[in-house]
Ligand binder design. Sequence first.
Ligand SMILES: [Ca+2]
Ligand SMILES: [Ca+2]
Length: 424
Amino acid sequence: MLTSKDSLNSSYLSPVFPVLPVCSSSVCVCSVTSSDLQLQRLHKDHSSENGKDTLCSVSECVQRQYHFINVNKTWTEAQRYCRENYTDLATVDNMNDMNELKKNVNDGCVWIGLQKTGVDRWQWSSGDPALYLNWDPTQPDNGDEMCALLKDGQWHDFPCSDSFTFICNSSNNGAPVGTVSECQEKLKTYKHKINIKMINWRDAQSHCRQNHTDLVSVRNQNENQQLQKFIDDSHISDNVWIGLFRDSWQWSDQSNSSFRYWNTGEPNNNGGNENCTAIEQNAQGQWLDISCNNQFPFVCHEDKLILIKEKLTWSEALRYCRQNHVDLVSVHSEEIQREVMNVVKRASTEEVWLGLHNCCSLNMWIWLSGEIVCYQNWAPGNGTTPEDCRLEKRKGAVQSGGDQRWISLPETHKLNFICSRYEE
Ligand SMILES: [Ca+2]
Ligand SMILES: [Ca+2]
């Protein structure tokens, strides 16, 4: 794995790489041929007229392809139609998805795939999975307290309508751009923005989404300590909203997107049976809960990642994806990793091949899409130490269970794999 400039300074590299490869402007790939991996160098020009980098900063990429179906159906009929003809009724992961989805729909109400389950679940506003929880020992202690705040390093559930200061996460979710070491530095830095205005949780969420990225997520003990230190250093009040909330809504495709875009006053369960979600184009696409028996047009989505539950070697998997779809998936950002996590949990093998290969001569991990591994999600002990690749070539796979990190395996292992339909 490329960890620093030093790892590229080996003398045999100099003739091949006169300059240090960077994440976006000059990309080195190992091209895959039928017989072997051969090193070659590609130049990709990502500059635009204004000189800004135009590499798809992934939060701006279309995550899914949306299809508006202008036929009135009940929510359940619409779900059936989408599952037969596409992937499912539309899931929305973030504001970019929402803007994409809104583009082509009619005025009036339009079904999306969010349905009430009746069972509450704690979730991060940013969509990060809520695997790490750090409740105060007495918390959570109240069924009506649906939002969480940080107090003395521990979490408390509170009524979402109460007013507190809050912390936004302003780190850019897109693929970091710059040299590898800059990228790694960026990934380590969590830029918090504190807001001393005291407002309710929902307003704090809107404020963060409009001005920064989202309300802050706390994904492990280290982040919790960093955040508490940040609060202590800022000398603000004890109670600070974080991005944790719970609700009982679930997407039709079972994905764990916690993005919500309710209109003011919604969901209100008017009449007691509003168990489905529609967007209202004349309310800027904001959502309302409404009875599932209404007949509306609807939006389906088509996933761009497909889990193939065959057991193949890495090379066989690559051939399959290139013949039937586009390629083995390249996970060059946290956004794509989240999509991978959604599909990989249905796998029948413990690991699942990704389009990640080790350039033996460079001792460097590279995506099939041609990018150096900048965003990283390796399991401990994988990817970061030099591989002994002289005897067998190593490829990257993602764990289908646990925290779904990447591991390095000999390419002859037979695993499920994920094909991508993204045209790079
Ligand atoms: Ca409480
Ligand atoms: Ca309603």
